[in-house]
Design a protein around this ligand. Structure first.
Ligand SMILES: Cc1cc2nc3c(=O)[nH]c(=O)nc-3n(C[C@H](O)[C@H](O)[C@H](O)COP(=O)(O)O)c2cc1C
Ligand code: SF4
Length: 467
């Protein structure tokens, strides 16, 4: 982004969702209360729930779980007068390669999620909420369970919360560790004790969700944002971000950058600021080759796209998707075919198998990418990959299939010559095949040299935002 005189305009980080992350005691209720925690409860309970839903609508808050659907509108779809309870289900399954914002939020500031769950539940008339947490995240689970327990002890959960007459119970449910269980209908099936596979919509969860009752499924970051809107108001919220994508946002930056981590900026901040300033720029001696704006399921972009604002509309206009704003940064040292294989192994492993295009297509693509990497690639492989993507995208039962095609289609668009090099040179010019095929399944990128470098490119981080 440049100003009128042609100089680069710096966007400043914001400190909203990450404002308590520096405080190492904020995960405990005493410190959380000292830091104005749970202040939104009295404000919310003094209002009519319909007013609160309207405030969320007016704020323009869009879901932070990937699709960017307007939260207030989603709440407005909840069926009324059904004679069944209304459920709030918080989606803390976060499993996509490159994503790690929700876990950091839960680990550092678990009461923020509990507070958000209480006021959101009050707004939609829900007395029973669930938090579906990715099972492998033991530390986050312990922190969250402790926070829920403390909230019960202090009368912030349970019967007649703070004398308001409002009752709320919260169940923390740990999943068994499947990416597909982050998809909302699969999540609800899993929560009911069934196999975690997506269901046909309609009926949408807002009409028939958990136990066939009206249900809203919302992301951790979405729910943790709600108390701030109630406390600080719609105008304050809209003072950040863009007209159609307002508010603060956690951006996760990982890969070949000096300071991988979560950083909080207004939506619409250009990727250059996030990668080159917040993320500390590229690792020593590396130059940028490609980056994903929103995790492995969003099409890769290139250095030419660095000045595009990171908001839902602008990134879509550039041919990709904002998704969860998880930016995986790949340098010129990374083999794009190898990166695609790494992603595709993940999708083939996580495909739930319910529909043929995704079940067969992801596995087939992983096989083709493997042969390209190992020197058995054929001239027609690139066209075959594109053809398979065309048969998977839009023809799969859920968005996992669509997302699996993103790395391939974008890599073929921008880096087809690299695929051709693999065919002509009978293997990977980066020499990463062995590392990739020896230790598949993780979310880190193929290492190039020392084990230290491999560790640095791991997508996990606990670095604080806005540092
Ligand atoms: C394969 C797949 C995995 C998903 N994983 C997650 C996840 O881990 N967390 C999440 O919030 N949303 C995830 N989603 C999106 C959810 O289906 C849903 O849109 C989201 O939880 C809605 O919350 P929001 O409106 O607050 O964004 C996933 C979707 C798909 C297709
Ligand atoms: S697209 Fe993949 S994950 Fe989704 S239902 Fe089909 S097989 Fe399952």
């Amino acid at each position: 982004m440049t100003s009128a005189d042609g100089s680069a305009t710096r966007i400043e980080p914001v400190s909203v969702l990450s404002s308590r992350w520096r405080d190492r005691q904020a995960h405990g209720i005493d410190r959380y209360l000292e830091l104005d925690g749970y202040a939104s409860l009295d404000l919310a309970f003094a209002k009519d729930p319909a007013e609160l839903v309207q405030a969320v609508k007016d704020s323009g808050l869009r879901g932070r779980g990937g699709a960017g659907f307007p939260t207030g509108m989603k709440w407005g779809f909840l069926a009324k007068g059904t004679g069944r309870p209304t459920y709030l289900v918080v989606n803390a399954d976060e499993s996509e390669p490159g994503t790690f914002k929700d876990m950091e939020l839960v680990e550092r500031d678990p009461h923020a999620l509990v507070e958000g769950t209480i006021v959101s539940a009050y707004a939609i008339g829900c007395n029973q909420a669930f938090i579906y947490l990715r099972g492998e995240c033991g530390f986050a689970g312990r922190r969250l369970a402790a926070a829920i327990g403390q909230a019960y002890e202090r009368g912030l959960l349970g019967r007649d919360i703070k004398g308001s007459g409002f009752d709320l119970d919260v169940v923390l449910h740990r999943g068994a560790g499947a990416y597909i269980c982050g998809e909302e209908t699969a999540l609800l099936s899993s929560l009911e004790g069934q196999r975690g596979q997506p269901k046909l919509r309609p009926p949408f969860p807002a009409v028939e969700g958990l136990y066939r009752a009206p249900t809203t499924v919302n992301n951790v970051e979405t729910i943790a944002t709600v108390p701030w809107i109630f406390r600080k108001g719609v105008d304050w919220f809209r003072s950040m971000g863009t007209e159609k994508s307002p508010g603060p946002k956690l951006f996760s930056v990982c890969g070949d950058v000096r300071r991988p981590g979560n950083y909080e900026y207004p939506l619409g901040t250009p990727a250059r600021e996030l990668i080159m300033a917040a993320g500390g720029g590229m690792l020593e001696g590396r130059t940028l080759k490609a980056w994903t704006p929103g995790g492995s399921s969003t099409p890769m972009l290139t250095p030419d796209h660095l000045d595009i604002p990171m908001d839902f509309e602008s990134i879509q206009g550039a041919g990709s998707l904002l998704g969860t704003a998880a930016m995986i940064v790949l340098s010129e040292d990374v083999c794009i075919v190898g990166a695609c294989l790494n992603f595709m192994k993940f999708y083939a492993h996580e495909s739930c198998g319910k529909c043929t295009p995704c079940r067969e297509g992801t596995d087939w693509m992983a096989k083709i990418l493997t042969r390209l990497e190992t020197g058995a690639g054929r001239k027609e492989d690139m066209d075959t990959l594109k053809d398979i993507c065309d048969s998977v995208f839009g023809r799969s039962f859920c968005a996992l299939g669509d997302g699996a095609t993103s790395p391939i289609v974008s890599a073929l668009q921008y880096f087809r010559d690299e695929f051709e090099e693999h065919v002509d040179g009978h293997g990977c010019p980066f020499g990463t095949a062995q590392a990739l095929l020896g230790g598949l399944g993780g979310s880190s990128f193929p290492p190039h040299g020392s084990g230290d470098e491999a560790a640095r490119t791991s997508s996990s981080s606990t670095r604080q935002g806005a540092e």
